[in-house]
Ligand binder design. Structure first.
Ligand SMILES: Nc1ncnc2c1ncn2[C@@H]1O[C@H](COP(=O)(O)OP(=O)(O)O[C@H]2O[C@H](CO)[C@@H](O)[C@H](O)[C@H]2O)[C@@H](O)[C@H]1O
Length: 589
């Protein structure tokens, strides 16, 4: 019996084993045993088997023992009733398929240990595109053979609670030294799609509203909430025995936006002086530079950093940006601290990587970012093609594909009906989905709507955020019942139905680090109209093309649909960045 190990821990010996063929052999055993496919990584060589396994949803534990014979592995597969798994006599010897050993040789990806730190990750928590990226890129990495953990808060607000239902309490509690105290946090865990989803638990994450605020505005203690997230994320790889093994120190931290920005500072100031994380690397992923985590300088001592590290986060606003005569402009800026300590920086498109080094796009940080140009890269986001697929989307009433667009017309009619518009195929339906703020150019829509609604169009707007814009949406709907619907709120199924049912998606963003909605729209044969091509003037051209040049319009729809926006090429580029990060010693030793 001592040779037996429960499946869950053996899984991670699979994942961590440096020996390729052995890894493949054990994974092949899991597949041959009919173990649900989401329990092991999506190695290329298993694809043929996965089709069969998808039907087998039954959860069973699996024990195995190694044999000296390299061709065979003995596995114990208890029946459901027998799940305690104590009998040893039911071992079965499984011979490995030849196909797999030959495929082994092709698998050349270097496995990395990757820790995402993020304030939101879909489907658990979402207010925007950050969640989409942190919900799907980790899965893409895991599918490529990396060991991946995503650390985000466990927000309980009565609405999202059910999304955490499959996570369990690891029982691990740690105290994080910050804010003049030792707040205790717990860790919940779910293993899904090859990724360890780790949820940091603390009472400050349990309240109504979204991750950052409620109807009264941003939460006043966000600095505290994300400081404990960063401390907890640094501890997670060291203290959580996920599947029996901790992730360990030799990892890559992918820190997303300012909420995770304290991580590289903690690695440099708190851990490395004590010999911990000496070989780890951190990569800052900037989704949106407009938010930097700026608070009064007096809050520095709360962050849990040594006093002599103040300079790293110190940020003095220029005189013109100060609010009153006594304001000295002295603040701490978490994102700035990350920029000056992190090993590498990635933005979510190449264009944005350049923009943030300019006065127009740098949000005050352009000089610091320019200084780090040699480690700054842009990698365009991909999209989750399982979640956003018009051929199988569970949120839309009819399905369609590039070969048969008839379902799209039905989705349009269904949307018109749902919104209370006249069901008219010849009338262009234009949509907008997004946060209602300056970045997304919603004020431009507000200015243009009276003129736009002179045309024979139907316009639907889904979004929440700026209170004034929300009120404007309500009153415009009241005044233009036939032509305008304002859906105030955050609703994922509605966003899918709008994406599928509209002819055009309007995105008059002032700046867009990458933008996901245009990628989703194209995949749904919905033509995006964006600011850069002439903004709302381009919309008039789009409307006349829709009406008068049906063949060109269909060509546009199909070209959009056939665009490859999967995560594969982005993941490959991130792997290159990992390689580069290791070529240099840690930026702050
Ligand atoms: N009211 C609502 N109801 C339902 N769903 C809603 C919604 N409002 C927004 N969404 C959804 O939220 C996501 C927003 O994606 P964006 O790319 O516009 O991201 P955002 O600007 O938040 O993030 C930043 O990060 C992303 C990711 O890197 C970058 O693409 C982007 O340019 C950058 O500004 C989409 O999935 C959209 O459908």
């Amino acid at each position: 019996m001592e040779a037996l190990r429960p499946f869950y821990s053996s899984y991670f010996s699979v994942a961590l084993s440096p020996s390729g063929p052995l890894v493949r052999r054990r994974v092949a055993v899991l597949a041959a045993a009919g173990f649900p496919s989401h329990r092991y990584r999506n190695y290329e060589c298993l694809r043929p088997m996965r089709c069969v396994l998808k039907k087998n949803k039954k959860r069973r534990s699996l024990l195995f023992k190694e044999t000296d014979d390299p061709g065979n592995v003995e596995v114990y597969i208890p029946s459901a009733a027998d799940d305690a798994g104590t009998a040893t006599e039911t071992f079965t010897t499984i011979e490995l398929d030849e196909r797999e050993s030959s495929e082994d040789k092709k698998h050349t990806i270097v496995q990395r240990i990757i820790i995402f730190v993020t304030s939101e990750a879909a489907p658990y928590s979402k207010t925007g595109g950050l969640a989409d990226v942190c919900g799907s890129l980790p899965i893409a990495f895991a599918a490529r053979g990396h060991r991946v953990m995503v650390v985000s808060p466990r927000y309980l607000n009565g609405v999202s609670d059910k999304t955490y239902a499959d996570s369990f309490d690891t029982g691990v509690r740690i105290k994080v030294p910050c804010f003049g105290d030792q707040p205790e946090v717990g860790f919940f865990h779910e293993y899904r799609a090859g990724v360890d989803w780790v949820f940091v638990d603390h009472p400050s994450y349990h309240r109504p509203g979204n991750p950052y605020g409620d109807e009264n505005g941003a939460f006043g203690d966000n600095q505290f909430r994300f400081t404990i997230l960063c401390h907890a994320a640094c501890e997670a790889p060291l203290v959580l025995p996920l599947g029996g093994y901790t992730y360990g120190e030799n990892c890559f931290f992918l820190v997303n936006d300012w909420h995770a920005g304290l991580v590289p500072l903690l690695l440099a100031a708190k851990y490395r002086p004590h010999g911990v994380y000496k070989d780890a690397r951190s990569i800052l992923v900037i989704h949106n530079l407009a938010h930097q985590g700026v608070e009064p300088a007096a809050t520095y001592h709360k962050l849990g950093l040594p006093p002599d590290w103040y300079g790293a986060v110190e940020w003095v606003f220029p005189t013109w940006a100060r609010t009153h005569a006594l304001d000295k402009g002295e603040t701490v800026n978490i994102l700035k601290g990350a920029i000056v300590t992190v090993d590498r920086i990635v933005t979510v498109s190449q264009g944005y990587a350049w923009e943030i080094t300019t006065g127009e796009g740098g949000c005050g940080l352009q000089d610091l970012l320019s200084n780090r140009k040699n480690v700054l890269n842009g990698i365009t986001n991909g999209i989750d093609i399982d979640e956003w697929d018009p051929a199988s989307d569970k949120h839309i009433p009819f399905h369609y594909s590039i070969d048969n667009l008839s379902g799209k017309a039905k989705c349009k009619a269904a949307l018109q009906k749902e919104l209370g518009f006249a069901i008219r195929s010849e009338c262009p339906v234009i949509g907008f989905i997004g946060r209602l703020d300056y970045q997304k150019g919603t004020d431009l829509i507000m200015m243009a709507i009276p003129e736009l609604l002179q045309h024979d169009i139907q316009f639907v707007m889904l979004g929440s955020g700026d209170r004034q814009t929300e009120n404007w949406m309500r009153s415009t709907e009241f005044n233009y019942k036939e032509k305008f619907r304002g859906w105030v709120g955050f609703n994922i199924p509605v966003s899918h139905r709008i994406t599928a049912g509209c002819d055009m998606l309007l995105m008059p963003s002032r700046f867009e680090p990458c933008g996901l909605n245009q990628l989703y729209a194209m995949r749904y044969a919905t033509v995006p109209v964006v600011h850069k091509t002439g903004g709302l003037r381009a919309l008039r051209l789009a409307i006349s093309t829709f009406r008068e040049h049906k063949a060109s319009w269909e060509g546009l729809m199909k070209r959009g649909m056939s665009r490859n926006s999967t995560w594969d090429s982005a993941a490959l580029k991130y792997e290159q960045v990992f390689k580069w990060a290791l070529m240099d010693p840690p930026y702050v030793k």
